[in-house]
Design a protein around this ligand. Structure first.
Ligand code: DAH
Length: 364
């Protein structure tokens, strides 16, 4: 096995020979080291700070060189060490790919093995209904806007003309984020109870005319039952321009409902109240199941109530610096699960949220 010799002769020719011997030994040992363990041993033998062979070169060649030869010997030792280190690094890389190659050489892909069957997902019926609704309004020139599910009191209520402590707030059973008491009321956080705050956010960011729909998840402090869920989805709509009339509202919603439920359905508009619209209406469609004669889904009335809507209250324009003297608009909001239940004949809203594959697979 190679050992670093003591030098007697420090002439360039003698140094060259000694260096060549050392490199030859290093190469031979690198080639012979096979396997991680042998390689670590090889590396240590040559590179160890303490008493590795390259460290010995310092001791045996450089330190013992006579004064006049020191400079020359130092330069040679340095370049020898650099070369040796490069060889070790290269050998290391080679050993790593060699090990991988050896491993791969022992492995075979068995193309006869059966594959893994992964069940294909399908769109959830609620999102399908939402997509359908969105496409109806996109065809009428609406764009889609979104807003946060955790909202401030200001956007969910105040700017929609629900004054602080106004009883209309009680109609929306609100889930409040706790620990907000130190903040001003308008900044306190809550889970949005409707998608209407996106109306405000949109008008803050866009100059009129505006035509947007705002799909999204909303939350209410409602006990779950066959028709209520504390989490559900709404689709909001907002249209603002000059000369928008109640006729535009009626025509738009009538067209949308016919697109969803067939051209035979009729719409009916009855007075209602929302703080952010004046006048406000509840919109019903003639029952698509019985054609208006009366059946179980429409509770024998011939009509099914589906939307809230109205003409944007001028106070709301005031909150977003829209000129209420020049502009008018309408807005509407609907519960998406409600529509999905009608479309897919589902009689319990909870089915949408259980995640039961037997229910969901029916929509594949
Ligand atoms: N935000 C109302 C709710 O959740 C629904 C609604 C009614 C939205 C009238 C509107 C509207 O945009 O004009 O009960």
């Amino acid at each position: 096995m190679y050992t670093v010799p003591k030098l007697e002769d420090f002439s360039p020719a003698a140094l060259d020979t000694a260096a060549a011997d050392l490199l030859a030994a290093l190469k031979a040992e690198a080639a012979a080291a096979s396997g991680a363990e042998a390689f670590a041993e090889f590396r240590n033998r040559w590179m160890a700070r303490k008493n590795g062979l390259l460290t010995q070169v310092n001791e045996l060649w450089l330190k013992s060189a006579p004064g006049p030869a020191k400079r020359e010997v130092g330069q040679r030792v340095n370049s020898l060490k650099q070369e040796a280190e490069a060889l070790v690094t290269a050998a290391e890389a080679e050993a790593a790919t060699g090990a991988l190659r050896a491993k791969l050489a022992g492995e075979r892909v068995d193309i006869s093995l059966p594959g893994i069957a992964r069940p294909l997902g399908v769109r959830h019926p609620v999102l399908r209904t939402l997509d359908e609704l969105i496409s109806v309004f996109v065809k009428m020139g609406y764009s889609v806007a979104e807003g946060p599910e955790v909202e401030t009191d200001y956007y969910n209520f105040e700017a929609l003309n629900f004054p602080p402590n106004h009883p209309a707030r009680d109609t929306q059973d609100t889930l409040f984020v706790s620990g907000q008491e130190a903040k001003a009321q308008r900044d306190r956080l809550l889970l949005r109870t409707h998608t209407s705050p996106v109306q405000i956010r949109t008008m803050e960011n866009l100059k009129p005319p505006v035509r947007v729909i705002c799909p999204g998840k909303v939350h209410r402090n409602d006990a779950p039952d066959a028709t209520h869920s504390p989490v559900f989805h709404q689709l909001e709509g907002l249209c603002v321009d000059t000369n928008i009339t109640f006729g535009d509202l009626k025509g738009t919603l009538d067209h949308a409902m016919k697109s969803m439920f067939g051209s035979a359905v009729k719409t009916s508009f009855r007075p209602s109240f929302f703080p952010f619209t004046e006048p406000s209406v509840e919109v019903s469609i003639s029952c698509p199941f019985c054609g208006g004669k009366g059946c179980r889904p429409c509770k024998q009335s011939g009509w099914i109530e589906l939307l809230g809507a109205g003409m944007v209250d001028p106070n709301v324009f005031g909150f977003v610096n829209y000129d209420a003297k020049k502009l008018s608009g309408f807005a509407f909001g609907m519960g998406v699960e409600r529509l999905a239940m009608m479309t897919y004949n589902v009689d319990d809203i909870q089915q949408f949220f259980y995640g039961d594959m037997r229910f969901l697979e029916q929509f594949a």
